[in-house]
Design a protein around this ligand. Structure first.
Ligand SMILES: NC(=O)c1ccc[n+]([C@@H]2O[C@H](COP(=O)([O-])OP(=O)(O)OC[C@H]3O[C@@H](n4cnc5c(N)ncnc54)[C@H](O)[C@@H]3O)[C@@H](O)[C@H]2O)c1
Length: 257
């Protein structure tokens, strides 16, 4: 493993599970000091122990929690170089617009979109102190592609993440702060497993659209996050970085070999 993140301080939200956990492992293995934030204390603490980082309990929908999370990171390590704003939800009661309740719409948008607003709002001033930083906001391939198997609030929230990221990337480009969206295709994490557990047909219906014929592993998304966090991506900002196994480029996919 290369040590591209030696001496860097990274704050990761949703670090107790899935993509966040895999990224905490990856960032730590590349030399970063990692601050792991999650609302789930048990999984967050276990993850922090595993990677040798520190855990901060934070509900990313609450401004005070988000402010505190960065304060703890800064007070502990004296700088913040990387913010991976990754916590998100994809509940089963978010479905067709015809059946999705307003409460669900508001909850999903608060966790997936308002949280990114809060994280960026409170981390950018720390990055301005050093004139350098990389912010990575987790969006999704559904921000740019329509699905007949709708999750309307989720899709709209990720579209919001994409346009907010673009604007922030442009606004802060000359201050040395890069802001990129990371858009995974379907990833084999607890979020996806829960969604498909009751209904294997749901998984099959999606797999046919993926040229690679499989879901991503969380470690593959973590590898892309590490690239965006590191100076290897020094000329990339305001971008939508797709890691989707070819879904967004596909018209006809290969038949099973
Ligand atoms: N799994 C996929 O197929 C997929 C595809 C595209 C994008 N994404 C996005 O990737 C991100 C991570 O997803 P994952 O699959 O790793 O999910 P996951 O459910 O495995 O992990 C999400 C983590 O976020 C935490 N979390 C949820 N709400 C929170 C809150 N309010 N405050 C703090 N922490 C909170 C959870 O406790 C959990 O540890 C999400 O933004 C998701 O939308 C996932």
């Amino acid at each position: 493993m290369t040590a591209r993140l030696e001496g860097r301080v990274a704050v990761i939200t949703g670090a107790g599970s899935g993509i966040g956990l895999a990224t905490a492992r990856r960032f730590a293995s590349e030399g970063a000091k990692v601050v792991l934030a999650d609302m789930n204390v048990q999984s967050g603490e276990a993850a922090a122990k595993e990677v040798g980082g520190i855990f901060v309990r934070a509900d990313v929908t609450i401004a005070g929690d988000v402010e505190n999370m960065y304060k703890v990171a800064f007070d502990t390590y004296g700088r913040i170089d990387i913010a991976f704003n990754n916590a998100g939800i994809s509940p089963t009661d978010d479905d067709s617009i015809l059946t999705t309740e307003l409460e669900v719409w508001e909850r999903v948008n608060r966790v997936n979109l308002t949280s990114i607003f809060l994280c960026c709002k409170y981390v950018i001033p720390y990055m301005q102190k050093t004139g350098k930083g990389s912010i990575i906001n987790t969006a999704s391939f559904v921000a740019t592609m329509g699905a007949a198997t709708s999750q309307i609030a989720y899709t709209a929230s990720k579209g919001g993440v994409l346009s907010m990221t673009r604007e922030l990337g442009v606004q802060f480009a000359r201050e040395g702060i890069r802001v990129n969206a990371l858009s995974p295709g379907p990833v084999n994490t607890p979020m996806l497993q829960e969604l498909f557990a009751k209904d294997p047909e749901r998984a099959t219906r999606r797999l046919v659209h993926i040229p690679m014929g499989r879901f991503a592993e969380a470690s593959e998304i973590a590898a892309a996050a590490a690239f965006l966090a590191s100076d290897d991506s020094s000329f990339i900002t305001a971008s939508n970085f797709l890691v989707d196994g070819g879904i967004s480029g596909a018209y006809v996919t290969p038949l099973d070999a």
